[in-house]
Design a protein around this ligand. Structure first.
Ligand SMILES: [Zn+2]
Length: 488
């Protein structure tokens, strides 16, 4: 580890040097999807961002335990403990068993994650698989005096908690403002305070997903699952907790309150990381505006706002061109530019092996490598890292054109850097990987034919081969050491 990694911590609103709790090991929890619908693109961006974090930490030599949950119960339509359970509602609509909904959309989510080449987390726990842990945690919070039972439901007492703990530490909001902006309680409410939230919810007779508890038949509140599962697999205090920034004010704020109220620890997480939102042509991406598309629609181009489809690796590359804490704007122009940029990057990597080496190197490869690592160490700044990798692309092309030279040692450094950063850390991959060897063999055969034609001074044939290849999307380049090709 040549440099020190720093992470922007939402809790302290500062870039901080990353020091894990246990030497050489990292515990990371990321809030996963609620599986009642097709995986959406905003979620995909969050999980791709944390995939790069997971990959880079491993690349630096850390042993990482990455926990990303599946919410398969307890997530109501509104954050204020109102409305139906999202999964139960969908199950009723489609006349299916809730677990059929869960199964269908978990598979869809995994398909999308695989298409984007994200690594599987170390543990992918489900809310329904941890009902006992959630009940135990609720019991402990009641015993510690921070929750109360009313008519079969249990609520977290925010007012009491806030007297001794900084409830809004993560969101940095003013507690009084927050109170003033929250609906007043009326005679129907079981809650004592406006900001109180449910740990356990009594199941109405028609509610399908229910479990027995000390307070009767019910189901856990959404925020509780993440507290229970992060604690179970990562301990009372762990290194990194991540998710979309929309989770900060309620879900993550309440998660912290639950953990602190249960364990008595000062704060459960050392570094909070949050990803920013997606926009489309400058507008917030949302279902109601009709401008939100699913990953599959993006791959196939089957959405009114899209001119054509873009491959999963083009989309991944496109996402990494923005820092995870910045908004990311989708537009046809930007996606098209990303498609070209990704092809240039892959072409350059393909060329490295065939580069002729000389005695000296005209560019400073060691500095280039340092720049790439410095960018990644600066809060996983992938757009800056990519900018430096494109400096490598320029060098590779110049050396291939005979305009610059590269020593054998620097060529190996460059090759290692490109492979490790592009494939292992950024998680990009050749999309025609299965056929690369065959295409290489085939292209070599065609280029040999063209070479023979040239040797016979049959320039009409050699030009025809070149033009036909160009039509098919293969650009060939004649250099003094032979002919190379790239896929445009
Ligand atoms: Zn969560």
């Amino acid at each position: 580890m040549s440099e020190t990694l720093s992470i922007y911590n939402t809790l302290t609103r500062k870039n901080e040097i990353f020091t894990p709790l246990y030497h050489g090991m990292v515990g990371m929890y990321v809030c996963g999807p609620t599986v009642y619908n097709n995986a959406h693109l905003g979620n995909a961006r969050t999980f791709i961002s944390f995939d790069v974090v997971f990959r880079y930490l491993q690349h630096l030599g850390y042993k990482v335990r990455y926990v990303r949950n599946i919410t398969d119960a307890g997530h109501l339509e509104s954050d204020a403990d109102e409305g139906e359970d999202k999964i139960s509602k969908k199950a009723k609509l489609e006349q299916l068993e809730p677990m059929e909904i869960v199964q269908r959309y978990t598979i869809d989510f995994h398909d999308v994650m695989r298409a984007f080449n994200t690594l599987s987390p170390s543990i992918e726990p489900t809310a329904t698989g941890h009902i006992i842990e959630q009940i135990e945690m609720t019991k402990q919070i009641i015993a510690n005096g921070f929750a109360y039972e009313v008519n079969g439901s249990v609520y977290f007492d925010v007012t009491k908690f806030a007297q001794t703990h900084p409830y809004t530490a993560l969101s940095n909001r003013n507690l009084d403002d927050l109170l003033n902006n929250t609906r007043e309680l009326d005679g129907q409410d079981e809650k004592r305070g406006r900001l109180d939230f449910a740990l356990w919810i009594k199941a109405k007779p028609e509610h399908i997903m229910r479990w027995p508890s000390p307070w009767g038949q019910g189901f856990p509140g959404w925020h509780l699952e993440c507290s229970a599962m992060s604690r179970k697999y990562l301990g009372d205090v762990f290194d990194i907790h991540g998710g979309g920034m929309d989770l900060i004010p309620t879900h993550h704020t309440n998660e912290v309150a639950q953990n602190v109220a249960c364990t008595g620890q000062h704060h459960p997480v050392k570094y909070w990381m949050h990803t920013n939102m997606l926009t489309v042509n400058g507008q917030k991406m949302s279902k109601s505006l009709g401008n939100s598309f699913l990953p599959l629609e993006l791959f196939t181009g089957s959405h009114a706002l899209l001119d054509k489809g873009y491959s999963p690796m083009t989309v991944r590359f496109f996402m990494l061109q923005a820092h995870y804490r910045s908004t990311l704007d989708f537009s046809n122009e930007a996606l098209l530019a990303a498609e070209k940029g990704f092809a240039r990057l892959m072409n350059a990597i393909r060329l490295i092996d065939s580069l002729k080496t000389g005695a000296a190197t005209t560019s400073n490869i060691e500095l280039l490598k340092q720049n790439v690592y410095a960018a990644m160490n600066d809060d996983f700044n992938t757009p800056i890292a990519l900018a430096h990798l494109f400096e490598a692309v320029r060098i590779i092309n110049s050396v291939n054109d005979g305009k610059e030279t590269l020593s054998e040692a620097d060529k190996q450094t460059l090759k290692k850097l490109m492979h490790e950063m592009v494939f292992d850390v950024l998680g990009l991959r050749e999309e025609q990987a299965i056929n690369t060897d065959k295409i290489d063999g085939l292209m070599q055969m065609i280029l040999d034919q063209r070479k023979d034609a040239k040797a016979r001074k049959d320039f009409a044939s050699s030009d025809l081969i070149r033009d036909k290849l160009k039509e098919l999307g293969f650009e060939i380049k004649d250099g003094k050491d032979g002919t190379t090709y790239s896929i445009v």
